[in-house]
Write a protein that binds this ligand. Structure first.
Ligand SMILES: NC(=O)C1=CN([C@@H]2O[C@H](COP(=O)(O)OP(=O)(O)OC[C@H]3O[C@@H](n4cnc5c(N)ncnc54)[C@H](O)[C@@H]3O)[C@@H](O)[C@H]2O)C=CC1
Ligand SMILES: O=C(CO)COP(=O)(O)O
Length: 363
């Protein structure tokens, strides 16, 4: 690893540090792959420090060892990404404050339901010049209305936040199968391009799109659709039914996004974050898998139970997002405009049977 300014020049000499330091906040399935991607690039790009800190929500493994210690010993996240070397320059850090201290590039990648708590712990603890990017697919619903995770980060921490979304099933990228992703940004194209450089590899092609809300809403809403796709699979309704759902869901995703933010562009739905993520998640994602099991069990086993059994600690985002979307729709009087989103939530909470997924509308 490159020597730090302190070891090279002695403690008393002020050396300007023009290099960026990256911390990944989160170490689940995608968090670990993101750390691996980034770490392969910080070694190559002279504008970044080699070391990538990865904050680990500490847990004790069945062996009695701490997850962060095992990651640092083996260079593998044995729980969330077994069998994949992260890169020796990835350092697992269980203390959140310590993980973010010194970093000017913060990559947030945790299940969305934990972000409010994480942000409140980070207030006053991060560098003032920090830039953030969120890889998190989800949103919060507050009294004032829906709040995207990038907005939560900006509002709570007072920093700019881009997003990175796409057709990105983490286990496939972990073994370096080709995929694309979209960085959504608000105004500062230079920052977006810096994120693009940090993530891009020959097997992970990233492009920038000036539509932060559109990109983030695509990533968020497709998780609701993946639940619907799982119901269709679990009921063995076939490909035509599933394709019909793609059609309907794209329409609802676009209408919902553009009702919330008139700035959302049509073209965003044709980027990796849009149609491509919708398809991959409905074919191979965790939300689809758990919803398939839910429908096969006739809705008699809860999503919480299935999530724990099937995902072994990884988290579903779609069920919670369906509830959050439903709250927005109900509050605004839009339920009837969004029959697919509405029906998904009503099936998840047991108000409707899984078969209702094709009964809601014949449009
Ligand atoms: N896994 C995938 O293929 C992809 C996931 N994403 C998104 O990335 C985000 C993060 O997902 P993953 O990295 O896959 O996580 P995951 O679902 O694999 O893992 C769950 C993570 O949550 C942590 N955790 C559990 N309880 C916690 C608590 N109370 N506070 C804080 N952390 C806690 C666990 O330690 C673990 O790191 C989600 O929004 C997901 O939609 C996006 C693209 C691909
Ligand atoms: O977002 C994803 C792929 O882009 C992963 O989706 P799941 O959480 O359903 O596995």
């Amino acid at each position: 690893m490159a020597p730090s300014a302190e070891t090279e020049y002695g403690d008393n000499v002020e050396v300007p540090d023009n290099k960026s330091r990256v911390t990944v906040v989160g170490s689940g399935n995608w968090g670990s792959v993101a750390a691996k991607l980034i770490a392969s690039n910080t070694l190559k790009l002279s504008s970044f420090h080699d070391e990538v800190r990865m904050w680990v929500f500490e847990e004790v493994l069945p062996s009695g060892e701490k997850l962060s210690e095992v990651i640092n010993q083996t260079n593998e996240n044995v729980k969330y990404l077994p069998g994949i070397k992260l890169g020796r320059n990835v350092v697992a850090v269980p203390d959140l404050e310590h993980a973010v201290r010194d970093a000017n590039m913060l990559v947030f990648v945790t299940p969305h339901q934990f972000m409010e708590g994480i942000c409140s712990r980070l207030v006053g603890k991060i560098r003032e010049d920090a830039e953030a990017i969120s890889l998190i697919k989800g949103m919060e619903v507050k009294m004032e209305g829906p709040c995207m995770i990038s907005t939560l980060i900006t509002d709570q921490l007072g920093i700019n936040c881009c997003v990175l979304m796409g057709a990105n099933i983490a286990n496939e990228i972990a073994v370096e199968k080709f995929s694309e992703a979209t960085v959504g940004y608000r105004e500062n194209k230079d920052i977006a391009e810096k994120w693009v450089r940090l993530f891009s590899t020959p097997y992970f092609m990233v492009s920038a799109c000036q539509d932060v809300e559109g990109v983030e809403l695509c990533g968020t809403l497709k998780n609701v659709v993946a639940i619907a796709a799982g119901f269709v699979d679990g009921l063995e309704m076939g490909n035509n039914t599933k394709a019909r759902q793609f059609k309907r869901s794209l329409r609802e995703m676009k209408a919902f996004s553009q009702l919330l933010f008139s700035s959302v562009k049509d073209s965003t739905f044709f980027e990796s974050c849009g149609i491509a993520d919708l398809i991959t998640t409905c074919l191979g994602g965790r939300n689809r898998k758990c919803a398939d099991a839910f429908a096969r069990n006739g809705g008699k086993r809860s999503f919480d139970e299935l999530e724990a059994e099937i995902l072994q600690g990884q988290k579903l985002q779609g069920v919670l997002t369906a509830k959050e979307v439903y709250e927005v729709l109900r509050h605004r009087g839009w339920l009837e405009l969004f029959p697919l989103f509405t029906t998904v939530h009503e099936i998840c909470i047991g108000r409707l049977p899984p078969t209702a997924i094709v009964e809601y509308s014949h449009s």
